[in-house]
Write a protein that binds this ligand. Structure first.
Ligand code: 13P
Ligand code: SF4
Length: 345
């Protein structure tokens, strides 16, 4: 009687049994500084079930650095910034990819793996940058600036990537723009990333008015206030922040760049000017460091939860589809970013 078995399995698997407690004890060790003991009996049964399903179905979970610690440290197989996730998506041997991140990341994984099943646990996990520009906008810009190469941030739809010459992420923006070797570059859609990149390169950058709703909220006065109330604090910021905020900080880098900075320099007191969960994830790895946490939540990233990851694996939904004709063109832009490319070659 399959129905009875399935119901029984769900009921037992989602209880905090002594078996679940044993299976997940090593994971709780990793996150105990940032997840209260009282919450673990709620998370642990889902974590145990997700990890079993991954093995059964040959599935992999790619987790962005903004995932909450119970996802980031306990169920994600590969974690990282947008660049690392795009690279991993291009290499994985798994049959199913679950993106614990936002929709453009899942689309990128699908573009790189057209024959694989790519799942997003919540279809509402969007991004204000990806929504800021359409393929038609890019076509108009190309008509306005003929012969000027187009670099699109990975935080864009597949349609927009298909119109680009090459993609970039916050980890490689200056290198990609400079590597084109042209006097002008169109860089879309994040105005702040483009302005911050313009300070690092020799060419002129034409940009767009897109903003990340999380990073645009930080102000230079916030950073000055933090330094006043936390003497000696080291301030790291994401380049989606305004150039005025970046000018007040000690280091700017992608989410992975910030993590590397903390790992190498071990600043005793540090603040990450970015999405909230990053600090919790890094604090779990460096319990000896003091993390000041004035952060802003990304409501899109926070739509991904253990419960919908579990549902995605159990039901193999919500599947991400990209029109094959678009995917072929978008893939060229992502591959050029990953493997390197010079304009016109
Ligand atoms: P990175 O992880 O590439 O730095 O990007 C940050 C971001 O905002 C992704 O949504
Ligand atoms: Fe988009 Fe900003 Fe959220 Fe990243 S943090 S997904 S850029 S809205």
């Amino acid at each position: 009687m399959n129905v009875v078995n399935t119901t029984h399995r769900a009921a037992t698997a989602l209880s905090f049994t002594s078996e679940v407690e044993r299976n997940t004890a090593h994971l709780y060790e990793k996150v105990k500084k940032v997840i209260p003991a009282v919450e673990w009996p709620v998370f642990a049964p889902m974590i145990d079930r997700i990890n079993r399903l991954k093995a059964e179905k040959n599935a992999v979970i790619l987790g962005h650095n903004y995932m909450t610690p119970e996802i980031f440290h306990c169920v994600a197989d590969i974690t990282g910034d947008s660049l690392a996730l795009a690279r991993s998506a291009a290499k994985t041997e798994a049959d199913i990819i679950v993106m614990a991140g936002v929709h453009f990341m899942a689309e990128t994984a699908k573009i790189m793996n057209p024959s694989k099943k790519v799942l997003i646990p919540n279809s509402g996990a969007g991004c204000t940058l990806a929504e800021a520009i359409t393929a038609e906008d890019v076509r108009k810009l190309k008509a306005q600036y003929p012969g000027v190469p187009v670099v699109t941030y990975v935080n864009t739809s597949a349609d927009v990537k298909a119109e680009a010459d090459i993609c970039c992420t916050s980890a490689n923006a200056a290198q990609i723009v400079e590597g084109l070797g042209t006097p002008r570059v169109i860089m879309l859609p994040d105005e702040y990333l483009a302005l911050n990149t313009a300070k690092q390169v020799k060419c002129e950058i034409i940009t767009w008015k897109g903003r990340c709703m999380v990073h645009e909220q930080f102000s230079p006065a916030d950073i000055r206030g933090l330094r006043e109330t936390n003497p000696g604090v080291v301030v790291l910021a994401h380049p989606e922040c305004s150039p005025e905020v970046v000018a007040e900080c000690d280091f700017t880098g992608s989410t992975a760049g910030m993590i590397d900075y903390v790992a190498k320099n071990k600043p005793p007191k540090v603040v990450l000017i970015t999405e909230c969960s990053m600090s919790d994830n890094v604090a779990a790895d460096f319990p000896e460091l003091d993390f000041v946490k004035p952060c802003n939540l990304c409501p899109f990233m926070k739509r991904i939860e253990l419960s919908n990851i579990l549902h995605a694996l159990e039901t193999e939904t919500i599947e991400v589809h990209v029109d094959p004709a678009i995917a072929v063109r978008a893939r060229v832009s992502v591959e050029r970013m990953i493997t390197g490319w010079k304009y016109g070659t």
